[in-house]
Design a protein around this ligand. Structure first.
Ligand code: HPA
Length: 275
């Protein structure tokens, strides 16, 4: 067997054993500082990544390393409290392993969230941005022999983020009085933040927000035909015009994400209720 498949199958089997018959139908990835949503999951089973054979451990600030499975918005969900980033030094295969496991467990949609810098002048700290498209500047996780059981060699990326889920989110946010922006997310490797020239470059090529995650997970979900909903919490104004004493600080990012997490949590629950 393909060793990559063997690893996925082994992890799925361990997770399934720990789920005591629960069948998650929605997958959620919680970004930096957004782990709070996990507290809203009822009757949770917590599965630390370290109990799963072959699983990488999340080392990033603001990230724990657990799957949390339970009920949210009346559905059984599996949430990743802590994702794996390419900048942590894991190969792409490991970065996307937890997503492939959720797909094999049978999720019917994937909700991804992240903290991101707003390169568009229209985005401000604390804004929620629906990801309507992305630009990938990370290695593509599908490079290598295609895993035909997961999906096709050349997956269509015309609609990477599900138009129906975006429509539903806009409608529900309107009813809830939550303001949502929409934009293009650019994923790069990090871990250094971008220079002013890079922020300007990204804005020029069509990005609205930039971060160091998400895109590989979305590619793998789309490879498997799983619809995706994505949201960025804008934690810093990533502009090339900034105050003389301005510093781009990881702690500020986690703080701003915490403040916006409540809004995002309520919205995610409402969307999940309505799918
Ligand atoms: N750049 C990259 N990743 C980020 C940023 C940023 O400005 N803010 C939060 N995550």
């Amino acid at each position: 067997m393909d060793p990559r498949i063997e690893k996925i199958v082994g992890a799925v089997s361990t997770v399934r054993d720990l789920l005591e018959g629960r069948k998650p139908i929605v997958g959620i990835v919680l970004g930096s500082g957004l782990g709070k949503l996990a507290d809203a999951i009822q009757n949770p089973v917590i599965i630390p990544y370290r109990l799963i054979p072959g699983f990488p451990l999340s080392t990033a600030t603001g990230h724990k390393g657990n799957y949390i499975v339970g009920s949210l918005g009346g559905k059984t969900v599996i949430a990743m409290q802590g994702r794996i980033h390419y900048y942590e030094g894991y190969g792409m295969e490991n970065v996307v392993l937890p997503i492939r496991v959720m797909i094999r467990l049978g999720i019917k949609s994937l909700f991804v969230s992240n903290a991101a810098g707003g390169v568009s002048f229209g985005l401000h700290v604390g804004d929620l941005m629906i990801i309507k498209d992305h630009i990938n500047l990370l290695p593509n996780p599908l490079i290598g022999p295609n895993m035909d059981d997961e999906g096709t060699r050349f997956p269509d990326m015309t609609r990477p983020y599900d138009p129906e889920l975006i429509k539903l989110a806009m409608q529900l946010a309107g009813e809830m009085g939550v303001e949502l922006k929409q934009g293009v997310y650019l994923g790069d490797t990090g871990p250094s933040y971008e220079t002013p020239a890079e922020y300007k470059f990204y804005r020029t090529i069509g990005a609205d927000a930039v971060g160091m995650s998400t895109v590989p997970e979305v590619i793998v979900a789309r490879h498997a035909g799983v619809p995706v909903f994505g949201m960025s919490v804008i934690t810093n104004e990533a502009h090339d015009e900034y105050a003389e004493d301005y510093e781009n600080d990881g702690e500020d990012v986690v703080k701003a994400a915490n403040a916006a997490a409540d809004k995002m949590t309520k919205l995610f629950i409402k969307i999940i209720e309505n799918i």
